[in-house]
Every structure is written in structure tokens, then in C-alpha cells.
Design a protein around this ligand. Structure first.
Ligand SMILES: [Mg+2]
Length: 211
């Protein structure tokens, strides 16, 4: 089995940044009558006050309720649908990999957002996990990875995870006994087990099969 992170791995951060830094401030500006720039500053301070260590930070509905915004997260996703940017090599790489492996998604994004982001890729995957929605965790921990393996009835060492966050996508899955590779799309990191795109994953897997 191969599992993938989503943001920065399958799709870039354009969509999520637009939702948080454009969509929410715009609705807030409409609601309160203040201008968009002031709304941005105000909202950024509110995000900061809750902070990334708090599950509410990740929950779009929480912010809709808090600011009493019109509409719904789903409507906001639709607004920015055309802004979802899948990395160019991803569809063809998934098509090749799915012939030989079960593919899974393990993301730190809330599930509704994550499923929306990968809607065009969804048919390649068998399972979908969100640390926030399925495990009430603000980060992907080794415990969470271990639990996922148990729930799928698979040995950790039979799973290879790939993602662009050193702690969440590389250290944590390895601590759980899984295999992992780190994706650094900037191409700056040149340590072992660091790839710069998913095309290179195909090469790595063929090397692992026929060393
Ligand atoms: Mg990521």
C-alpha cells in the first residue's frame, strides 16, 4: 500500500489559502460592512488567537458559526473549485501505481475539504483518512499511523507513506514502523529518501523491487 499526504503533495496550497485568507474575510466584510483589508487583518488575528494547536482552527464550520457568516463551507469550496491545482505529474503517476498498489490518502486537512480538493483524483484511492476529522488530532502522529494500519489489517512495514512535512509525513510514519519518503518540491533538500516530485517515486519503487 502507498499512502499520500494531500496539501503540497497531490495539490498545492492555492485553494486552501484562498478559502482561509480570501473567502472567510470576504464574507466577514460583507456581514460587518468593514472593508476587505480590515477584515483580513481582523480574521488573521482571530485565527492566531485560536492557533494551530486547537482543532477549531481547522474547522471551517466553527468560523462560519463564530462570525455568523452567510452560506456554508461547501458553498465556499464551490466558489474556489477552479483554483484547485493538482501537481502536473500526479494523475499519470497515480494511474501507474494503482495497477500494483492500493492507494490511500492520509491528510491533515479536514475531511470535507480534503475530499473536495482531490475530487478529480478520488477514483485512484481506496481509503481516505483525515487526522483532524477521523482522529481529532491537529497533527499526524505515529499513534495515528499505527491505528490506521490496525484498522486496515495491514502490517506497518507494508505501507509506504509520502508527503511534504518532515515530522508529519516522514518521522511519524517511520516511528510507527512504516516506510516513508519525504517530498521536497523545492529541490533543495538532498538527503536520502528525499524526492522532488512523484515521478521519482516510480523510479524509487522500481529500484526497491529490483535492486
Ligand atoms: Mg502537506
Amino acid at each position: 500500500m502507498i499512502s499520500f499526504d494531500v496539501g503540497g503533495t497531490l495539490v498545492d496550497h492555492n485553494f486552501t489559502e484562498l478559502v482561509w485568507n480570501n473567502g472567510i474575510p470576504k464574507l466577514y466584510a460583507e456581514k460587518t460592512g468593514i472593508n476587505l483589508e480590515d477584515a483580513r487583518v481582523r480574521i488573521a488575528a482571530e485565527y492566531e488567537a485560536v492557533g494551530r494547536e486547537d482543532l477549531r482552527w481547522y474547522t471551517l464550520q466553527y468560523w462560519f458559526d463564530l462570525f455568523d457568516l452567510d452560506g456554508s463551507p461547501r458553498e465556499m469550496f464551490e466558489l474556489f473549485r477552479s483554483e484547485i491545482r493538482i501537481y502536473p505529474e500526479v494523475p499519470s503517476v497515480l494511474e501507474i501505481l494503482e495497477r500494483q498498489y492500493d492507494l490511500t490518502v492520509i491528510s491533515g486537512h479536514p475531511k470535507d475539504m480534503m475530499l473536495f480538493e482531490i475530487a478529480k483524483l478520488q477514483h485512484h484511492f481506496k481509503y481516505f483518512f483525515s487526522s483532524v476529522t477521523d482522529f481529532n488530532k491537529v497533527r499526524k502522529t505515529s499513534d495515528m499511523y499505527a491505528q490506521i494500519c490496525v484498522s486496515l489489517g495491514i502490517e506497518p512495514r507494508q505501507v509506504l507513506h509520502i508527503g511534504d512535512d518532515k515530522d508529519n509525513d516522514f518521522k511519524a510514519p517511520r516511528e510507527a514502523g512504516m516506510q516513508a519518503v519525504y517530498l521536497d518540491r523545492s529541490g533543495r533538500g538532498r538527503e536520502d529518501l528525499t524526492l522532488t516530485n512523484l515521478e521519482e517515486l516510480l523510479e524509487l519503487l522500481s529500484l526497491m523491487r529490483d535492486p
